[in-house]
Each structure stands twice: as structure tokens, then as C-alpha cells.
Design a protein around this ligand. Structure first.
Ligand code: ZN
Ligand code: ZN
Length: 404
């Protein structure tokens, strides 16, 4: 789960408190460097091999996570087409607005950069660049916008172009060692931020103020793109509940779902705990059911098993505990893929026939939501290994603190 909010600015005294709380919350995570140009080149080679295996000649990719994954170039998405094209023969090229050619060349390494002029609307130059390279079976990424797809299909004289959905899932779905290290470290940093900020909670704070503390705790650990969802009491009964003007009170059940990116790789962690008080019997019962469901889902993760088994495992726990085994109170899937995007394929939902494979990374995030009363979600990031699955950071241990 994730949403974006704009936390309030932090004054110097509060910023210093966050730094001190972080130091108390545990040692800084080991540094992990960004993905290198050589790694991006190797990804393009792997993409080319997948294209060849699928009987395709080329893949057209717009600005976004897949383009960054393949190139490291963070181009902005606008009405003008900025395309990276990977060909099955291992070559590739950029086709960008003419006035952007030099700028893109500066970050494209040795990949050829072609330009199109404003009156050409990109598609005819792209079609002729593809024809020159004898690329006939051209696929596009599923995220390519419909007007770009329609324009390209027309220029190539085709009704439509195939979507490379499965190919991209194969390419990006299984993370390599460097990506796993980045994702693990991002999760550990977010858990440390959560623990630090939990120790700074005081009655009277608003969700926005808590968000600002979390943002600073992420920033101090070298992360960017912070987002958070902070909900008190019954506000958490909507999984994507909206942050109200309420102020934190002693004994409130607090749900914090937050994350940020480390060199472009995302974290996504949720903790639910009682602020400065003991959980009621009801809260303890709900929290422990969610905690058990999270563990059962984790135990259902192993290579060769279906993605949907994890969702079913969590629901079985809720059924046995009397909360219903369908979508009565657990209203969403148990998890989603995570990598360069906060939510990405494959997904851990009850309909997924995807077979799990080593290197796939998911959230494991069951929840129970009782409208007008409470919401509990616990979310961690896990990765499929050769023998089962591994967990990043520490599981939440009890409903009294986000700590492990
Ligand atoms: Zn989340
Ligand atoms: Zn999530």
C-alpha cells in the first residue's frame, strides 16, 4: 500500500531530535552503491536475448521505470516521445526530440541517440529507424501510452503492436544480487526510520507532523522520494484511509505505512501499534491474527509454488480466527512485487498463476479493517530464494511498538 502526502516542514530542533533518535534506533545500514553503466548494458543484453527467444525484433520503451532499468537515464515523460529501443540483435538506440539529443547523449554512454523534429511527430522517424534495422516484429512495453502506441502502429502500417508484458516480468521480476542488496538495505533503513520516529511520538502530533519526521529520517539515511500514510484509530479502517486533522492521543492505535527509494529501489513497510498504552483484548486479538497471517503467507513462498498460495495462506488464518476467509475484513491482496516501482509485477493475489522464482521480491502485508473501529496492517518485504524465502530487516514483534 502506498500513497503520497506532503509532510509539513521540520524545524531545526525537531530535525536534530530525528538524528539523535536514528542513532539510538540502531547502526546505520551498510552502504550499497548505485547500479552501474556496465550493469545497465548487461540488462539490455539480457532484454535482447529475451526478445530473440520470444520471436520479437525490437522493444520500444517510454520514460519510466523500465527505461531507467535498461539505461539509468531518468528522462521525463511528456507529450513528446522519448523512446529507448532495444533490438533482438543486441543493439539499441534512443529516439528523442531533436533539441534533447545533446542532453541525452551526455548520459546515454555509447548508445546511439537519434533526434526527431517537431513537425515529424516522432512516429515516422521511429518507424524508419526500425525499418533500417530490419525490425518488423516490434513490441512495446505495457506502460506505453495509448496515443504513442496508436501513432507508432499507424506509422508501421500495423493495426496494433504486441505488449511485452511477460517479457518485462521475466526481465525485471527476478532481481539480481545488487538489486536484492539495494532492496534489503532500503527496507532496513525504513524500519530504522519507523523505530526512530515512534520514539518521538507525543500526544497532540498530527499525521502530517509525523510524516515530516519520517521524511527527515529517510533523508538522513540517503533515501529520496519519501511517502507516508499515517492513520490513527478508526481512520485506519480504510486501507488507503485519508489523513484527518485528528491529533495523536495516548492509547491510540497508530498505523504507519511508509517508504522511500535507495538509488531508485523502493521500500514499503507498515507497522501498527498502540501509542503509549497497552492493547485492549480486541486490538491484541486482531493484531495477532494479522501477525500470524503474515507469517503463514511468508511460509507459503518458495520457488515453484504459485503466487496465489500466499494470499490463500493469509486468508486461511483469518477464516480460522473468525474474521472470514474471503474479502470480508481483509479487503486487498496479500502483497505486490516491489523493485524500482513501489508496486510492480508479479503480484501475490488470489488469482495469480505465476510460479515463484528465486529473486522475486514482494511485500507480505495482510490486514484487517473494521469500519468505524480499527485497522491493522503489518507489511514487510521478502524475497524468494533457492530454498524458500528470506525477509528483509526484522518482523514486528508485538503490538506495543514497531520494533522487531
Ligand atoms: Zn505499504
Ligand atoms: Zn505495499
Amino acid at each position: 500500500m502506498q500513497t503520497s502526502t506532503e509532510p509539513a516542514a521540520l524545524d531545526e530542533a525537531r530535525a536534530a531530535e530525528v538524528a539523535a533518535a536514528l542513532a539510538e534506533a540502531g547502526p546505520a545500514a551498510d552502504p550499497v552503491g548505485p547500479v552501474t553503466p556496465a550493469e545497465h548494458a548487461a540488462r539490455r543484453t539480457r532484454c535482447a536475448a529475451l526478445l530473440a527467444a520470444a520471436g520479437l525484433d525490437a522493444l520500444v520503451v517510454e520514460p519510466g521505470a523500465t527505461q531507467r532499468y535498461l539505461s539509468g537515464v531518468d528522462a521525463s515523460l511528456s507529450e513528446r516521445l522519448t523512446a529507448l529501443v532495444v533490438l533482438a540483435d543486441g543493439s539499441c538506440f534512443w529516439l528523442v526530440p531533436g533539441f534533447e539529443v545533446e542532453r541525452v547523449r551526455g548520459s546515454a554512454g555509447d548508445v546511439e541517440v537519434l533526434g526527431w523534429q517537431e513537425h515529424e511527430y516522432a512516429f515516422a522517424p521511429l518507424a524508419s529507424a526500425l525499418r533500417r534495422r530490419r525490425a518488423e516484429r516490434v513490441a512495446v512495453e505495457p506502460a506505453l501510452r495509448a496515443f504513442q502506441l496508436a501513432g507508432l502502429a499507424l506509422a508501421l502500417g500495423q493495426e496494433t503492436l504486441p505488449l511485452a508484458t511477460g517479457l518485462l516480468r521475466d526481465l525485471r521480476g527476478c532481481k539480481d544480487e545488487h538489486e536484492l542488496a539495494l532492496l534489503r538495505s532500503a527496507s532496513e533503513r525504513t524500519q530504522r526510520a519507523l523505530l526512530a520516529v515512534s520514539r518521538l511520538l507525543r500526544p497532540g502530533l498530527t499525521a502530517l507532523e509525523i510524516g515530516a519526521l519520517l521524511r527527515h529520517a529517510h533523508r538522513l539515511q540517503g533515501m529520496s522520494g519519501h511517502w507516508d500514510l499515517v492513520l490513527f484509530g478508526a481512520d485506519a479502517a480504510e486501507p488507503h484511509g485519508s489523513t484527518g486533522p485528528r491529533r495523536l492521543e495516548r492509547g491510540d492505535l497508530v498505523l504507519v505505512d511508509t517508504g522511500a527509494a535507495l538509488h531508485g529501489y523502493q521500500s514499503d513497510t507498515t507497522r501498527t501499534w498502540v501509542f503509549d498504552g497497552a492493547p485492549s483484548e480486541r486490538v491484541a486479538q486482531v493484531w495477532h491474527a494479522v501477525h500470524d497471517a503474515q507469517r503463514r503467507a511468508f511460509e507459503a513462498l518458495a520457488p515453484g509454488r504459485r503466487a496465489r498460495e500466499a494470499d490463500a495462506a493469509a486468508r486461511a488464518v483469518f477464516a480460522a480466527a473468525g474474521f472470514g476467509g474471503a474479502y470480508e475484513l481483509f479487503t486487498h491482496r496479500v502483497g505486490h512485487g516491489i523493485g524500482m516501482e513501489g508496486h510492480e509485477a508479479p503480484y501475490l493475489d488470489g488469482g495469480s498463476e505465476v510460479f515463484l522464482a528465486p529473486g522475486m521480491v514482494f511485500t507480505d502485508e495482510p490486514g484487517l479493517y473494521v469500519r468505524g473501529e480499527l485497522g491493522v496492517r503489518i507489511e514487510d518485504v521478502v524475497a524468494i530464494t533457492a530454498g524458500g524465502a528470506t525477509h528483509f530487516g526484522q518482523w514486528q514483534a508485538a503490538p506495543t511498538s514497531p520494533a522487531g
